[in-house]
Design a protein around this ligand. Structure first.
Ligand SMILES: *[C@@H]1O[C@H](CO)[C@@H](O)[C@H](O)[C@H]1NC(C)=O
Ligand SMILES: *[C@@H]1O[C@H](CO)[C@@H](O)[C@H](O)[C@H]1NC(C)=O
Ligand SMILES: *[C@@H]1O[C@H](CO)[C@@H](O)[C@H](O)[C@H]1NC(C)=O
Ligand SMILES: *[C@@H]1O[C@H](CO)[C@@H](O)[C@H](O)[C@H]1NC(C)=O
Ligand SMILES: *[C@@H]1O[C@H](CO)[C@@H](O)[C@H](O)[C@H]1NC(C)=O
Length: 238
């Protein structure tokens, strides 16, 4: 009788030990499986990611359509959905921006919680003509009020473009004078995660439906990874 009474706590301890061990290995296994499905950090499934972990996007200081100074860090916690263009652009820029808008609208229809975390941003490569007022007017005319519009000094724009490896032609003195010129520029749409890290880019041949699907994939994958990281942290501290 005495022996049995003494053994009870030992047995209980042993059972809880086994349970704890099973729980830990279950979590670990679960994490391994999920990581396999998602791919490792350096081997993400989307085709649009640049191999080798190249960072696109980085620090910038610009002004918005209200004339307020805006830095890249102001967008932390949100997904930056960035396009470089200019308001006098005859067709490529409006097409790309309409695509961004349509992709977000599609996403908002099915996943409003995800869509609301993504901020469409337009950065001009034409600071000479694109003043805050000019961009605001253009947004109003063409229905891009949901975008954050950014401009700056020639040097600020040059610096910001450099961060995204965006190339564009600058007008010569005569063109600047008569204010009638076109700008050749790279046409990519960029996505950065809530920490400002580059996520992926979209090229002009992708449809809004495709972009919408890729946006959703990126956000969901990011959330999943943070969740796994959090679980991993909790397991470690147990
Ligand atoms: C998202 O959809 C809801 C209705 O489903 C609508 O009220 C809201 O304005 C939409 N948001 C955007 C940014 O389109
Ligand atoms: C542009 O970048 C250079 C080099 O990083 C920096 O020294 C300069 O202050 C920047 N200019 C502006 C206007 O941000
Ligand atoms: C993501 O951003 C954070 C904070 O800016 C940085 O510490 C981290 O190294 C970045 N991760 C990657 C994979 O670049
Ligand atoms: C779309 O454009 C990208 C880059 O310009 C190219 O690599 C890709 O093959 C094109 N995809 C299709 C389906 O045309
Ligand atoms: C997990 O722990 C690391 C290092 O302690 C920390 O930087 C990170 O923010 C934590 N992640 C989560 C999701 O709690």
């Amino acid at each position: 009788m005495n022996f049995v009474t003494a053994a009870v706590p030992v047995i209980l301890l042993a059972i809880s030990g086994v349970y704890y061990y099973l729980d830990l290995s279950f979590r670990k296994r679960n994490r391994e499986i999920q990581q396999k499905i998602l791919g490792s950090k350096n081997d993400r499934p989307t085709s649009n990611k640049i191999a080798g972990g190249i960072q696109l996007g980085g620090p910038f200081t610009l002004v918005d359509t209200q004339g307020k100074v805006v830095e890249d860090t102001d967008f932390r916690g949100k997904w930056m959905f960035v396009y470089f263009g200019f308001t006098h652009c005859p067709d490529i820029c409006p097409t790309e921006m309409r695509k961004m808008k349509a992709a977000l609208r599609l996403l908002n229809n099915t996943h409003p919680d995800i869509a609301s975390r993504i901020v469409p941003i337009f950065i001009t490569v034409d600071p000479t003509r694109d003043s805050c007022e000019r961009i605001a007017e253009y947004f109003k005319q063409d229905g891009f009020e949901s975008f954050v519009g950014l401009t700056g000094t020639t040097e600020q724009i040059k610096n910001a473009s450099k961060q995204y490896r965006v190339f564009y032609s600058a007008p010569d003195a005569a063109e600047k004078e008569n204010k009638d010129y076109n700008i050749d520029h790279s046409v990519f749409i960029y996505l950065q995660d809530p920490e400002g890290n580059f996520s992926q880019y979209f090229s002009s041949n992708q449809t809004s439906a495709k972009v919408s699907e890729l946006l959703k994939g990126s956000v969901e994958q990011y959330d999943q990874e943070r969740l796994l990281e959090k679980e991993g942290n909790e397991t470690e501290t147990k």
